[in-house]
Design a protein around this ligand. Structure first.
Ligand code: ADP
Ligand code: ADP
Ligand code: SF4
Length: 603
């Protein structure tokens, strides 16, 4: 086939005992007697003898694609690689397996960001850079060796780094992506976990700045996701390493905590020439954090390309534009755009519910919440912002009737569908069985277009809920919530563990759902870009976390953003080319001017 195509067979999906090899029966070369699709046979390095193998030499490429259509289990991908991609892969896991092109370049003393979807090879690249795996340069049948890798990168920015990896001279510290898994791997309390990693003697400072002193003696099993995230950050940053890899730092953290985490990472880079590599999907935080950026693109699960480094500003702009300039590569049909000016006063529809001032306290001396009464309208998306521990979930539970207010009465009768921040869908059940138990619309063309497609559920329908990754669980949980028959949909942190592409898709699915169903959606989130793209109005929480909280009445976007960001002392300017919001340097001229004028967001 064309040199620039690859065939990828997902061996977890290829189930020859449940099909009759329609792929090979219909494959045009096979029909003329060639051995394009064959059985792996007894000698196969991976997979079962009766699973298929596709010859990339004989296959006709993506324009044929008959086997892709015929396979009932979506096990086959035939992909024409972009012609701009001139090099061979850095690593290929095997025959008909995932291929990675390009590697990020760790820079001593600086923070390198990676921006791209999940399943695109970021972990693979890091394993290579950490020296845990020798990249095979696409020659999977031969034994890989570092000399060949060094040859390939001679004269490039990676040469010195690779030489150090070869000499065993690079020490590595990592923060895993899914912090929710930590309790399964560690038995003990926070202090015990952290003391094992305190190689720099910096633990005390990290504990204070990440505000985790209060949980030091708590068992890891009892920590919330936000606490686990900060403990994992402290454990990683306390190590004394040359190369730090942080796979997502923001899930479950509020904006203040996100900014603190970003500063800690930058400070560590500057202290002692350490290289920091960060994968992050909250673009405002990535923008603040990274000195340079690699964009990763491709086809998740099939191939991934890591670009050469770009300036953070250009990298994010090009990514949002959907077009990579140097690579001459379109990665998305259209651009992602932000509104530069506060939306006009939203034309309010019919009210869904009115609620009075409310108060709730968990008991004498415990957290108390006061809520300013207001009106919520049909077909609107109401953004809810504020720090962690300020009473957002408490309000959600007042609205769902799980909690009774101490003062004020909720007399509305609306059905509420609720997606909690920490998702618990651990039944041993398939995704399709689970979702079809929620709605009779499951599988209808309308449900497929509105819910399944934008949330990319097709490929995971047959998986067990217990086997899903964090991002997959999130998408199933959003789908489950939107599939309920309700008047008010309440989503707590839908962005957690979604990559940027998935955040944008989920955002438009949620918005469209509100419009088409005359439904009201309330979204609690800390990703300011997501809130910007989603919300018609804002409800702002302030107060003292864990002590007392106050919820404002729903406000117009401009007033709401000003209220929220003034509390955080963070201002945003606009990128001159794309209009996207960028966090100002604290104390910069613009920052001071905007604060004086009280314009924190739509300046
Ligand atoms: P990311 O970190 O971007 O989510 P990974 O590097 O973990 O991506 O994985 C990229 C792809 O490589 C995935 O589709 C995964 O299934 C595949 N992959 C990872 N490890 C192996 C392996 N040992 N053998 C075959 N395929 C693998
Ligand atoms: P948010 O959703 O803004 O993070 P929450 O509403 O979950 O905040 O919690 C606000 C405060 O109330 C936190 O300090 C939390 O520990 C406390 N809290 C939550 N539930 C209870 C409870 N059942 N009993 C006592 N305190 C609680
Ligand atoms: Fe055969 Fe390739 Fe066509 Fe698949 S895409 S049917 S392997 S020629």
């Amino acid at each position: 086939m064309a040199d620039d195509s690859i065939a990828v067979v997902d061996l977890d999906r290829c189930q020859p005992d449940r099909c009759s090899y329609e792929c090979s029966n219909y494959c045009p070369p096979n029909r003329t007697g060639k051995e394009c699709i064959t059985l792996r046979g007894e000698d196969a390095d991976v997979g079962e003898p009766d699973q298929i193998h596709i010859s990339e030499e004989i296959c006709l490429g993506e324009t044929c694609g008959i086997c892709v259509e015929k396979c009932p289990f979506d096990a086959i991908e035939i992909i024409n690689l972009p012609s701009e991609l001139e090099e061979d892969p850095v690593h290929r896991y095997g025959d008909n397996a995932f291929a990675l092109y390009g590697l990020p370049v760790p820079e001593p003393g600086s923070v390198t960001g990676i921006l791209g979807p999940n399943g695109i090879g970021k972990t693979t690249a890091v394993r290579a850079l950490a020296g845990e795996m020798i990249p095979n340069l696409g020659q999977w049948s031969e034994e890989a060796n570092w000399d060949a890798v060094l040859d390939r990168y001679r004269g490039s920015e990676l040469q010195n780094y690779i030489r150090r990896v070869m000499d065993g001279d690079v020490t590595v510290a990592r923060k895993p992506q899914y912090v929710d898994q930590i309790p399964k791997q560690f038995d003990g309390n926070t202090r015990q976990l952290l003391e094992r990693t305190d190689e720099r003697g910096a633990l005390d400072e990290l504990v204070d700045r990440l505000s985790i002193r209060a949980v030091l003696d708590q068992n890891i099993d009892n920590l919330s996701g936000g606490e686990l995230q900060r403990v994992a950050l402290a454990a990683t940053l306390a190590r004394d390493a040359d190369f730090y890899f942080l796979d997502e730092i923001t899930p479950y953290l509020d904006i203040g905590q996100r900014v603190t985490a970003a500063r800690l990472i930058q400070e560590l880079a500057e202290d002692g020439d350490r290289s920091m590599l960060v994968v992050e999907h909250d673009l405002a935080v990535l923008d603040l954090l990274a000195d340079t950026l690699h964009v990763a693109y491709g086809e998740p699960g099939a191939y991934g390309v890591v670009t050469s480094p770009k300036s953070t500003k250009n990298g994010i702009n090009e990514y949002l534009n959907g077009y990579l300039n140097n690579e001459n590569m379109r990665i998305r049909p259209s651009a992602i755009e932000f509104e530069e000016h506060a939306p006009r006063e939203s034309a309010k529809g019919t009210p869904l519910l009115d609620y009075p001032d409310l108060e709730h306290s968990y008991g004498e001396g415990e957290f108390s919440l006061s809520v300013e009464g207001g009106t919520i309208y049909h077909s609107e998306v109401l953004g809810i912002v504020g720090p962690n521990g300020i009473g957002k979930s408490t309000l959600a539970q007042l609205f769902t009737g799980d909690l009774e207010p101490d003062n004020g009465e909720l007399d509305f009768l609306v059905d509420i569908a609720y997606k909690p921040q920490y998702i618990q869908i651990d039944q041993p059940m398939r995704v399709d069985t689970f979702l079809s138990s929620i709605t009779d619309d499951f599988g209808s063309s309308y449900w497929n277009t509105e819910v399944a497609q934008p949330l990319q559920l097709e490929r995971i329908m047959e998986q067990q809920l217990t086997d899903l990754s964090g991002g997959e669980r999130q998408r199933v949980a959003i789908a489950a919530c939107l599939s309920e028959d309700a008047d008010l949909y309440l989503l707590d942190e839908p962005s957690a563990h979604l990559d940027v592409e998935q955040r944008v898709r989920a955002t438009s699915a949620i918005r469209r759902y509100a419009e088409n169903h005359d439904a009201t959606v309330m979204v609690i989130d800390h990703d300011i870009y997501m809130i910007d793209l989603l919300a018609d109005r804002l409800m702002v929480f302030d107060g003292e976390p864990a002590v007392e909280g106050h919820a404002s009445t729903p406000q117009e976007m401009r007033a709401g953003m000003n209220d929220f960001l003034a509390d955080l002392e963070v201002t945003f300017r606009r990128d001159e080319r794309t209009g996207r919001p960028r966090i100002n340097k604290p104390g910069s001229q613009l920052d001071r001017k905007q604060k004086r004028e009280g314009e924190y967001y739509y300046a």
